[in-house]
Design a protein around this ligand. Structure first.
Ligand code: UT7
Length: 342
């Protein structure tokens, strides 16, 4: 794909949606052998939103998309591609982007699902940026959305993972733009994407899948063994998350000629407040430049960064013209970072 030096991309609209139902740590105390104190101390989470039964991931994505399209001042017909990042799709296939496309009534435009879990939003931003720069597309709807609550072990056996995750969706519109003044005009400056599959099983959802020593992709023993629930080695993930987020953030900034102190706002993935505090401490980032939302939503995986953008805008912390840096780490292992002027 060629890149046209005259075309850049910018984030022209931001939207988000979380389901109404709030699950506090005290609510979880009644289901799992856990405590508000443990969850707050170890993760920073106070509450998360969980859907009612009759809602799918593309339903959350649909509401976030309408919000983002309106924020961009566009009509939905202006969208010429959908990228949907999710690890909790409506169905195994087709992808949730197809279900969302139908809900939006945008028959005919490209609909692409990506995974990449907690790094899904930045991977998607990078893909959208490249398509826009090629000149082939003008307004790409990028959605990160998850319904974790339907896939968690809500018994004491699952407490180490299940207290962490919430449901929600965030969306942005990535639009073609011409940059006249790089110090003021909104544009995506850089994205960097990484993965190390040697750690794939440190945080994964084994079933259903073809990776079992079984002729069926839904092995009869799957439910009994709990392979349909996420499995995580929390400590390993934590250590790698801090290291890789620092590494990729510094690389993206320095290779763009930007000093960390010049960045106005840091929007990190929201997996654990302690991870983000540690990254901030190691890179000497002032705490008031990091915008966290995990307290209210838990970890919404591909949705955390656009959800954070929406809340930062509402809180008056993110304004047009500001320099924003973002980094994420998650299952795969995958990690990624991005730098843009909003
Ligand atoms: O976005 C995807 C990427 N995911 C992450 O980045 C997650 C990274 N990892 C983490 O955030 C942390 O490792 C956790 C929050 C998952 C766990 O925190 P930790 O400080 O690493 O705790 P631990 O797993 O070492 O568990 C400490 C203790 C254990 O008890 P013992 O063995 O010391 O008696 C656990 O059984 O805490 C116990 N425990 C709990 N207690 C109450 C584990 N989960 C819970 C719970 N409530 N929910």
């Amino acid at each position: 794909m060629g890149v046209n030096p005259n075309i850049s991309s910018r984030i022209s609209g931001v939207g988000a949606f979380v389901p109404e139902k709030i699950m506090t740590n005290h609510d979880l105390e009644k289901m799992m052998d856990t405590s508000d104190e443990w969850i707050v101390q170890r993760t920073g989470i106070n509450q998360r939103h969980w859907v009612e039964q009759n809602v799918s991931t593309s339903d959350l994505g649909f509401k976030a998309s309408l919000d983002a399209i309106a924020d961009a001042g566009l009509k939905k017909e202006d969208i010429d591609m959908i990228i949907f990042a999710t690890l909790s799709p409506d169905h195994d296939f087709p992808g949730s982007a197809c279900f969302l496309q139908d809900k939006l009534g945008l028959s005919g435009i490209a609909a692409l699902d990506i995974r990449q879990q907690c790094s899904g939003f930045i991977y998607g931003l990078s893909i959208a940026d490249k398509f826009i720069q090629s000149g082939s597309h003008k307004n790409i709807l990028l959605v990160g959305g998850e319904i974790h609550s339907k896939g968690l072990d809500k018994t004491p056996n699952g407490r180490a993972v299940s207290v962490l995750f919430g449901d929600g969706a965030g969306a942005v519109i990535v639009s073609a733009t011409e940059v006249k003044d790089a110090s003021k005009d909104g544009h995506i400056i850089a994205t960097n994407l990484h993965a190390d599959g040697a750690f794939a099983k440190e945080l994964w959802l084994p079933g259903p899948g073809t990776g079992f020593d079984d002729p069926e992709r839904v092995p009869k023993t799957m439910i009994q063994e709990g392979w349909h629930y996420p499995q995580m080695n929390g400590k390993t993930v934590f250590v790698h998350a801090v290291k890789r987020m620092c590494e990729t953030l510094v690389h993206t900034c320095t290779s763009s000629g930007v000093k960390l102190e010049d960045v106005d706002l840091f929007l990190f993935h929201q997996a654990n407040l302690r991870i983000n505090d540690k990254v901030g401490e190691m890179l000497q980032i002032p705490a008031d430049k990091v915008f966290n939302t995990i307290q209210n939503y838990g970890n919404t995986t591909a949705a955390t960064i656009p959800l954070g953008m929406r809340d930062a805008i509402k809180a008056g912390k993110l304004k047009r013209g500001m320099l924003v840096a973002s980094a994420a780490f998650g299952s795969g292992f995958t990690w990624a970072s991005g730098l843009w002027r909003y």
